[in-house]
Design a protein around this ligand. Structure first.
Ligand code: NPW
Ligand code: ADP
Length: 496
């Protein structure tokens, strides 16, 4: 897991690295600039392009100057350097890089106020005005300059963080910072890059290592952790010699209705393909033929007037919700399951019924897993105006109720009872299609059936679900939920 840090913690890491490694502050800046340029050159290899580099007077601007220097040395002739002179202060390393530039033949333009800028002709912009030192919203000249740059509608590469974008905390809905095409950030992604609102500031980000002390970073106190493939490889348990279906547990999927039988099929299919020893689908009578013909391996349990799961203890995992439909009978079924006090996976309509019965929320069995998307989450726990606040609520609820909350999105946040938030990096917009969440629910149930702890099951399921989607999307514009389900055993095999 990568520990993710706030700007203040990054600054401390910076200081610690300089104090404890044989590297001076200016050399760290040089390393950052080199790492930026390496990544930039992979995208922009045409050295005849016009590049405008805007540099503030802090360390972000210092990076910008070093980047300009390196690009010029790489044969990029058409570089214009703009020094944003809106403050009397300058950082030491900015000053050193500025002096180096002053002593060279390279020219620069000083901008004393936003209105100084007129008729800039450029193909590409590098934004090094303000970085992680941002400590208030952009106003006056900074706001005007950024507005001007955004209006040029050019490809903007941001250094470390787009100017005006808060690295953590609430992202204002009226965000007025730089709108970058790509942000190349140092050592760790900013926490806020994982929120949907970050699309206002950057289309994508790439993290480049600059030699900061990894031990120091990993040992910082943080709630945020980015899941890595190596974690998944460590967590997965191989199937054992002499094992049999009983070894891998029995999962019960309570799902489907007359018009939504597909949801039950998708969840059951992914449960089967994730390796549960036995999968039983509790479905409406009307779905029996569909189940028996499409998934002959799955046991059918008709749900007519079904109000109670007989002997729930015989299942190692119970998931309820996909395509279930809302009814008094289903609500009773959910209530009874909650009173049975066995951990549950609760998705879709089961979440919607739960939001109508707040009395049941407090009674959720410990280690249950809730898988809401944004709207389901807000129905359960109240409206939120932004993702930062929503995530804070999810974190608190997961701790209070001792459950796992998977707040689904492009980057899903997995909030666990210990107060940690795991961020899943896999998945892509080709997966934005109905049924994808049903598949996720089946995968979670299968991992629980195989006796993975709730937190591990949630992390594994989310990562592998997204990874399957990523690999399938390499040559497809859209990936269907059943394709993802069928890809799961292939992904698990690759990861083992
Ligand atoms: N740690 C790392 O990994 C490494 C970091 N490096 C680089 O350093 C960057 C951080 O640099 P930094 O700390 O000097 O701050 P930076 O963003 O340049 O701002 C300068 C000053 O602007 C001011 N200011 C803030 N907000 C404002 C506003 N809205 N409107 C007006 N003014 C505002 C504020 O000054 P103040 O208001 O406090 O006087 C602030 O101090 C980081 O992003 C990365 O690029 C690498 O070089 C090496 C490794
Ligand atoms: N753009 C995307 N990038 C990554 N994952 C996505 C994207 N869109 C959807 N997904 C994933 O697909 C699933 C959708 O869940 P959900 O909205 O409950 O779907 P459904 O109810 O149709 O089954 C989630 O796991 C989500 O993370």
């Amino acid at each position: 897991m990568q520990t993710l840090l706030t700007s203040a913690q990054m600054r401390r890491t910076d200081e610690f690295t300089i104090a404890n490694k044989p590297i001076a502050s200016i050399d760290l800046m040089e390393k950052a600039a080199r790492a930026f340029v390496q990544s930039f050159l992979r995208d922009e290899f045409d050295s005849t392009k016009n590049i405008a580099i805007f540099c503030g007077k802090g360390n972000n601007g210092g990076d910008g100057l070093a980047i300009a220097y390196l690009l010029l040395h790489n044969g990029y002739e058409n570089i214009k350097i703009y020094i944003v002179n809106f403050s009397d202060k300058q950082s030491d390393d900015f000053a050193i890089n500025r002096q180096r530039l002053d002593e060279s033949r390279y020219r620069k333009t000083i901008i004393n106020k936003a209105a100084d800028l007129k008729n800039i002709k450029t193909d590409i912009i590098i934004d090094a005005i303000l970085g992680s030192g941002l400590n208030k919203p952009l106003t006056s000249d900074y706001a005007d300059l950024v507005k001007y740059i955004n209006k040029l509608n050019k490809k903007v590469y941001a250094v470390d963080v787009p100017t005006g974008f808060p690295a953590e905390g609430e992202i204002p809905s009226d965000y007025n910072g730089i709108k970058a095409y790509k942000t190349i950030c140092f050592q760790r992604p900013k926490i806020n890059f994982f929120f949907p609102e970050s699309a206002l500031a950057t289309e994508k980000h790439e993290v480049v290592a600059i030699g900061l002390d990894e031990n120091f970073i990993q040992n910082q106190d943080s709630d945020f952790f980015l899941i890595e493939e190596s974690d998944i490889r460590h967590m997965l348990k191989p199937r054992k010699l002499f094992s049999h279906k009983g070894t891998y547990g029995h999962a019960l999927i309570i799902a489907g209705n007359t018009n939504t039988m597909g949801a039950a099929l998708l969840s059951s299919m992914s449960c089967l393909y994730t390796g549960a020893g036995l999968t039983t689908a509790c479905i409406p009578q009307s779905g029996l033929i569909a189940l028996n013909t499409t998934l002959p391996e799955v046991i059918a349990l008709p749900r007519d007037e079904y109000r109670k799961v007989d002997n729930p203890a015989k299942y190692q995992a119970i998931a309820i919700g996909p395509g279930l439909g809302l009814s008094a009978a289903h609500e009773k079924l959910l209530e009874n399951l909650i009173f049975d006090n066995q951990p549950l996976v609760i998705d879709a309509d089961a979440l919607n019924m739960l939001s109508e019965r707040p009395d049941l929320i407090d009674k959720l069995p410990e280690n249950s897993i809730l898988t809401p998307h944004m709207k389901e989450f807000d129905r359960l726990f109240g409206e939120h105006q932004n993702w930062w606040d929503r995530l804070q609520t999810a974190k608190v609820k997961a701790q209070q109720l001792k459950i796992v909350i998977m707040l689904k999105n492009q980057f899903t946040f997995i909030c666990v009872p210990k107060g940690r938030i795991y961020i899943n990096p896999t998945g892509n917009p080709a997966m934005a299609q109905g049924g994808m969440g049903d598949v996720l629910t089946g995968i979670i149930a299968a991992f629980l059936a195989q006796k993975y702890a709730s937190t591990d099951a949630a992390i594994l399921a989310c990562y592998i679900h997204g990874k399957a989607g990523d690999n399938l999307a390499m040559d497809k514009i859209v990936v269907s939920a059943s394709q993802v389900a069928k890809q799961i055993p292939v992904e698990i095999k690759h990861l083992m």
